[in-house]
Design a protein around this ligand. Structure first.
Ligand code: KIV
Length: 282
């Protein structure tokens, strides 16, 4: 499937018309499910660091690992807009390095765009990536790649200084050419003001009901990541317990020899079987 058949810029047309709904995905099957369910776009998020690789934060994941996840998602969801999340230090070092790494998400990961975290401080990098023709999704508020600086994973924009900075960040990122902005963990009323101030769509996660769209992590939606339960997540299925139950039943069936049964076994003709039992001549 050609990349140019889908454009992240088409999401801008949905602003003010219909909510944009997105989800993260990291592998072939979850991408296939996401495409069949009908999401507006898929983010191959660096949350893969935690939910796929078992790290405790998003700092450790590498470019090569992100690209592997992108390749799998591109195969599972060939007809959905796919945005690759640039991992920590893959875009902050220099504009040249950021462009080369963003290019790898397109060339190797077959993504339609990339996401970077940060406000005004990454605006020049956003602009440089956009100038080579790669659409960029910005990400402000709680930016996990800055969680050491932000003092952990906590709500952002509660003071007047923080709120003003977020508002300015959104405007500067729009001017830099971002096609949309993820707003994470910000009071709902502030996310509403930001949404009204920009012409590009805002996609909220823990940012209340007034943003132009919503995004959640796949594993949170289907209940597959029991380690962290966040207030702003809605879980629609207890996948972890459901999968564990199925796995336990499989063990039980094998232990009591009810699986495999005749139904799951292959047959051989009586004649061949007799010859085998009588000793096969080589
Ligand atoms: O990495 C990720 O999954 C994200 C979303 C939570 C927006 O950045």
């Amino acid at each position: 499937m050609s990349l140019f058949k889908l454009s992240p810029y088409s999401l801008i047309e949905k602003k003010g018309k219909e909510p944009i709904v997105a989800i993260t995905s990291y592998d072939y099957i979850s991408a296939k499910l996401a495409e069949e369910a009908g999401f507006d776009f898929i983010l191959i998020g660096d949350s893969a660091s935690m939910v796929m690789l078992g790290h405790k934060d998003t700092y450790s994941i590498r470019m090569e690992e992100m690209l592997l996840f992108c390749k799998a998602v591109s195969k599972g969801a060939p007809n959905t807009i796919r945005i690759g999340d640039m991992p920590f230090l893959s875009y902050q070092v220099s504009k040249e390095n950021a462009i080369l790494n963003a290019g790898r998400f397109v060339k190797e990961g077959r993504c339609h765009g990339v996401k970077v975290e940060g406000g005004e401080e990454v605006a020049e990098i956003v602009s440089a990536i956009v100038k080579v023709g790669i659409p960029v999704l910005a990400h402000i508020g709680l930016t996990p790649q800055r969680s050491m600086e932000l003092g952990g994973l906590k709500v952002q924009g509660k003071t007047i200084d923080e709120a003003q900075k977020l508002l300015k960040d959104a405007i500067v990122l729009q001017e830099a050419g971002a096609f949309g902005i993820i707003i994470e963990c910000v009071p709902a009323e502030l996310a509403k003001i930001i949404t009204e101030k920009v012409n590009i769509p805002t996609i909220g996660i823990g940012a209340g009901p007034y943003t132009d769209g919503q995004i959640l992590v796949f594993h949170d939606v289907v209940g597959l990541y029991p380690e962290i339960r966040l207030k702003f997540v809605k879980t629609y299925f207890n996948g972890y317990e459901a999968f564990k139950k199925a796995l336990k039943e499989y063990i039980k069936d094998c232990k009591n020899r009810s699986f495999p049964s005749e139904k799951e076994s292959f047959k051989i003709s009586k004649d061949v079987l007799k010859q085998i039992k009588n000793g096969v001549k080589c």
